[in-house]
Design a protein around this ligand. Sequence first.
Ligand code: SIN
Length: 515
Amino acid sequence: MANKSDILIIGAGIAGLYTALKLAPRPVTVITARPPGEAGSSPWAQGGLAAAVGPDDTPNLHFADTVQAGAGLVDPEAASVLVDGGAAAVEDLVGYGVDFDRDENGELKLGREAAHCRNRIVHAAGDQAGAAIMAALVAAARKTDHITILERIVVEDLLLDDNGAVGGVLVYDPKQSERAIVDAAETVLATGGLGGLYAVTTNPTPAQGHGLAFAARAGAIVRDPEFVQFHPTALDLGLDPAPLATEALRGDGAVLVNQDGRAFMTDYHKDADLAPRDVVARAVEAEITAGRGACLDARDSIGEAFPQAFPTVFASCQKAGLDPRTALMPVAPAAHYHMGGVITDLDGASSIEGLWAVGEVASSGVHGANRLASNSLLEALVFGARIANALRDKETAPRHDAGAPADRQDLAPKPAAPAAMKRLRKAMSAGCALMRSAQSLYKTIDVINELGAHPSMTSGLKSALVSAELIVQGALSREESRGAHYRSDFPQTDDEAFHTEICATDGANSEEEEE
Ligand code: SIN
């Protein structure tokens, strides 16, 4: 394994690979625990890419929807950068060979998702946008010689130099059963999200917030970790992870009904099935809790077109012996996307020297308290390109290697034990999910503390616990309800929107900053 790298990217999803590609011709190393395209959330993205490319649409309209969904916490500058980059991102992906769905005139077919005022979601192969984009980026990355991919290498932590800058990573190579240090002048986190910290999630279960934990331990500021988005319509088929039933189904007319077949979303919001995602998720939860159940009915709206239009959802239903052309699909909310993360500026730089973040692990400011559907793939592309622009011509020098701290070396280089993870995920779902209160959050902290004293602590469990605690601490300090964060003991939304910021090396856990 090459033990020195100038620029190092951790993660090979859409954010990591696109950043790497855009760095050309500057050499870059990408480290990934699994071969690119074979794991992670990116290939699972069903919805697509939000971009104001329709004749009736403008970046201003996309901006307004993004800000509205974010419930007072979207950074306007970041959102402008995001929406202005939509058309170019789509065009660039077409250049990489992504075959977006088009109508009979060859124009992009644009789908609708919740809280978008226009049809602006670009899809590929129906509900397979993530897979199509990943396939194109993986092929491009494999072909170019400025990218070195170190695959099947597990990153365990960031390492700091004597000045507190990130100077590389501690890794574990399972093939050789050995730990190593990879030095780097600049390190980009593109490690994705943390839905795997919850018992019910649409994310691959290894998505446990390890990258967020690395950054927090290194002293980077983490912003708004309490904002975890729950997707309202994961298929409730008893599977882990829970297969997603994309919001595009509702965009195409599918309706949420309870067991009696009554459409219930009009009871909760004027925009009914296309209300903001947090509203729909809480409505689904309320129907389930009240014993009425929740199902998605696509029989009339999509009907016979289902297998072609939504092949991924159709395949998931089929595996469970369910035919969505003729039957209702049982659904439940599932942890889906983390809006909070490592605070970055508009170029993706974190609060500590040598560390950058992009994609779901970052808090770039575009999502606020509630991400607008399908904005995340666009964010990964737009901000990945900005990091690449900032780094391509940057003069770098190797940083002084401070070595791996002893407490990291002592941990077993393994994922969390299944029993410990099961307990953590259950506790997070019970105490820190769609509804929270001080009581439920303190109970969750108790479980995190008990697991923290686990006699056979592993590096994977340690990182999962750090991330879980960040979410819970953020949720405790936000004594209001806003966007995806709902406190039953503080149901009001404060007049002044504020960010939660946590910097582990401050000693203090949490500080609040006015927006
Ligand atoms: C979906 O397809 O419903 C998910 C899209 C997203 O989360 O952006």
